[in-house]
Design a binder for this molecule. Structure first.
Ligand SMILES: NC(=O)CC[C@H](N)C(=O)O
Length: 222
């Protein structure tokens, strides 16, 4: 199974995501945002954390206009897997691949700490390895993690079971404590916390590792 990690000017968690995918059985190509095509045979796209284009306009807004974005959208429309973490989640909302927007943290400060989450649903490849309602600790590091959407959209996400992770101690003002959401088909996940930074023994916390354990790369490698 093959994964592509998209690299923008300012990405800083791209290597972390590459390693997490490799540990989950994927071979990984790093793809520069100015490329217009993905390497052939890509099963998974990772959009990493960081500070794309200095976070000018809104975080992810300029990255969403990069040439590679069309190929990412086409992959998503074909039913491909996409994982957007932190700045990657911001890119996914700015491209319209996931609903809502990430606003400045309610406290107006950059927050960098480990935070408890509840796994809100199973039945997606991302959450399958956690029991429903599992509580996990995952690091956050962002200044624009305040998830917002209009009430109808929030009700639809809740009704369709698309809230994947919720904060147990809301750090940033996110509507309904939402930390991560999935697409209607469950194959696109966007989340602000960084599971790839809590995914191996050396990180001192492996709660994030299970997120990668039921992806197709891990299943075929097993
Ligand atoms: N770790 C990240 O990806 C941070 C995303 C973005 N730069 C923010 O601070 O909100």
């Amino acid at each position: 199974m093959k994964a592509a990690v998209i690299v923008f000017p300012g990405s800083n968690a791209d290597r972390d995501l590459k390693v997490a995918f490799e540990n989950a059985g994927f071979s990984v190509d790093m793809v520069w945002h100015k490329d217009t095509d993905l390497p052939s045979g890509i099963d998974m796209i990772g959009i990493p954390g960081g500070f794309s284009f200095g976070d000018y306009l809104r975080c992810g807004a300029i990255a969403a206009q990069s040439p590679i974005t069309r190929a990412v959208a086409a992959h998503a429309e074909r039913g491909g897997y996409v994982f957007g973490v932190c700045n990657g989640f911001q890119v996914l909302t700015e491209t319209g691949l996931l609903p809502g927007a990430l606003l400045r943290n309610a406290g107006l400060k950059f927050i960098c700490r480990t935070t408890p989450l509840r796994v809100e649903r199973t039945g997606t490849p991302w959450t399958e390895a956690y029991g429903a309602g599992a509580e996990i600790d995952i690091p956050i590091s962002h200044h624009d993690g305040n998830y917002t959407a209009d009430a109808d959209t929030l009700d639809r996400l809740e009704g369709e079971g698309r809230v994947a992770f919720r904060y147990l101690a809301n750090p940033n003002g996110s509507a309904r404590d939402i930390a991560g959401i999935v697409s209607g088909n469950g194959r696109i996940l966007g989340m602000m916390p960084h599971p790839e930074r809590a995914a191996e023994n050396a990180h001192g916390n492996e709660d994030g590792a299970r997120l990668f354990a039921h992806l197709p790369g891990a299943l075929t490698a097993a």
